[in-house]
Design a binder for this molecule. Structure first.
Ligand code: 2P0
Length: 319
């Protein structure tokens, strides 16, 4: 049996849109931070049955979630020249039932565990390319710390180790339950119907360069401003779709305003939102206790998680 763990990542500069749907190549470059604590643990075991067995968070998987796992296993079998079936058991060890995105950590952990179980020794780049085909954001969770996924490139790449910038990402959980529309579907709908999609894609390169330069210069305020610009531009492209894709909840807006008010009081705090209502707040570690206290006091915040920059996906010793 092979066991792997991988951590969620949050994009500071967002991926939204596909250049090639079949290959799942992104239309825009993205830049992310892998987070400690938000971890998926995945076991892969060779079995003798006629079919793969896929268990996600304690339940047998069916439909599209199962099909996405099997697609990756089929690719790995073809590469290994193997026909063995596998039992995959994956568990999200996120300290919440909030429905935070788990596909990134999940497919990164699956690529590592399943390739190892089939006797393949893949490079990090190969693992990242494999994870990307299942879910583009998963390409970045193969690496720890700060990573990028460029356009025209099959895999993500590390930019800087976790300790490059001493920051925390505070995740303000604002709602319970599943999101209304999945991100894959929403980004295709945006590309097909939003008059702002082309503007989003054509402005994304400059935004990425701005964010990456700020990161390399360890300029947190500039990185934070680029991060807010990226998320708001991404959401603007979705809002202009027909019908508009609206992930913001009233509580999300309350937290976004609170973050800007904290900034007005001298804190270096910045927000980002993904395909859901939760607000992720970036701040220097030294400010994290005070910022967390302020955010926890908001009626809009149901739960607040505090995450440090996290490590790369890794194999664990099987028990
Ligand atoms: C990101 N998101 O960069 C962006 C920001 C959500 C908003 O990547 O279709 O699950 O599987 O490649 O990676 C979520 O979309 O999409 C995502 P697919 P994915 O993190």
């Amino acid at each position: 049996m092979s066991v792997a763990v991988a951590h969620a990542n949050i994009a500071l500069i967002k991926y939204w849109g596909k250049a090639d749907r079949a290959l799942n190549l992104p239309a825009v470059p993205s830049l992310s931070l892998t987070l400690a604590g938000l971890r998926t643990r995945t076991e892969a075991r060779l079995i003798t049955g006629a079919e793969d067995a896929v268990t996600l968070d304690g339940r047998p998987a069916g439909g599209r979630p199962r099909a996405r796992v099997i697609a990756m296993l089929d690719q790995l079998r073809a590469r290994a020249g193997a026909t063995s079936r596998l039992a995959i058991t994956s568990h999200n060890e996120f300290p919440t039932a909030a429905g935070l995105a788990s596909s990134a950590s999940g497919f990164a952990a699956l690529a590592l565990a399943a390739s190892h179980a089939l006797g393949l020794e893949l490079t990090r780049q190969q693992l990242s390319a494999l994870a990307r085909q299942a879910s583009a954001s998963a390409a970045r969770s193969v690496f720890g710390g700060w990573a990028e996924l460029l356009t025209g490139c099959e895999h993500a790449s590390p930019i800087a180790p976790p300790e490059h910038l001493d920051v925390r990402m505070l995740v303000a959980v604002t709602r319970r339950g599943e999101k209304a529309i999945g991100s894959t579907e929403a980004m295709l709908h945006t590309a097909e119907t939003s008059p702002y999609y082309d503007a989003w894609v054509s402005s994304a390169g400059a935004l990425f360069t701005r964010g990456k330069s700020a990161l390399l210069a360890r300029d947190l305020p500039e990185l934070g401003r680029a991060m807010e610009h990226s998320t708001l531009a991404m959401h603007a492209s979705m809002l202009a779709a027909d019908p508009g894709v609206l992930y913001f909840a009233p509580e999300s807006l309350a937290v976004m305003h609170a973050v800007r008010e904290l900034r007005g009081r001298g804190f270096s705090t910045f927000f980002t939102l993904d395909a859901g209502p939760h607000v992720k707040v970036l701040c220097p570690s030294v400010e994290a206790p005070a910022v967390a206290k302020e955010l926890r006091a908001l009626p809009a915040v149901l739960e607040l998680l505090e995450a440090a920059p996290g490590p790369a996906a890794e194999l664990l010793e099987a028990p």
